[in-house]
Design a binder for this molecule. Structure first.
Ligand code: SF4
Length: 218
């Protein structure tokens, strides 16, 4: 990406450390209690606002608790629980398909290995990292969501646009102790300070950020 001024490793970690202290309460944004809940919520959340996903999942999780519950579900009945999310019909089928594999191949347990998660339909690296971190406390990589894609280049942490390359760049640049919640820290920072019109004058990292002073989203 042309025009991205990359930070040094030490500045990058200083910046992430400051953001981490500023947004101490930043955490994963979808509600869930079990790994099975999390898989369903993650599939539902594609191209859907978190608030909408979180508004449908309490009733859904009450009705469907195990992979087998979902695997045996009638798509039309399942759809009734999730109709408010975008592409609900397709997502109902996708959840059932994925849960059938979890039920049959993994005896109802969501896999806890990256390569196994990536074999599940509808699960890419972002979701696999999200499941490993939030359901199992296993930190192998960094979930690269739309906020990470937007902020990582702006903050001088990558010159790439491709999510997998961004993840690799961040893993090289940022100390592992920050990986588990950097995604949620970026999202909170983006929403409060660094969205379409960045509020650089009040930003806690304005002394380090290469884009300090921009007047619109970059
Ligand atoms: S200084 Fe401005 S562009 Fe940089 S992170 Fe802060 S708000 Fe965003």
């Amino acid at each position: 990406m042309a025009g991205v001024k990359l930070l040094s490793k030490s500045d990058a970690n200083r910046l992430v450390g400051i953001l981490g202290k500023t947004y101490k309460n930043a955490k994963y944004y979808l509600n869930f209690k079990t790994p099975i809940d999390l898989v369903a919520a993650a599939i539902l959340s594609a191209q859907t606002r978190d608030e909408v996903t979180n508004s449908v999942t309490p009733r859904l999780f009450e009705k469907y608790k195990t992979a087998k519950d979902y695997a045996n579900a009638d798509p039309d009945e399942l759809y009734q629980y999730i109709s408010r999310v975008s592409f609900g019909g397709n997502k109902a089928k996708s959840i059932i398909h994925t849960m059938k594999i979890i039920d049959q191949r993994y005896k109802g347990r969501v896999p806890s290995k990256m390569e196994e998660l990536l074999e599940l339909p509808g699960i890419g690296r972002k979701t696999a990292n999200t499941i490993l971190i939030n359901a199992y406390g296993i930190v192998e990589g960094i979930p690269v969501d739309t906020w990470v894609i937007k902020l990582a280049p702006r903050l001088g942490l990558t010159s790439n646009k491709d999510p997998e390359k961004i993840e690799q760049d961040l893993m090289k640049m940022i100390e592992k102790k920050y990986w588990h919640n950097i995604t949620y820290i970026f999202k909170t920072h983006g929403k409060t300070m660094c969205d379409k019109v960045p509020i650089c004058s009040k930003c806690p990292v304005n002394k380090i950020c290469p884009k300090n002073g921009v007047t619109k989203s970059v």
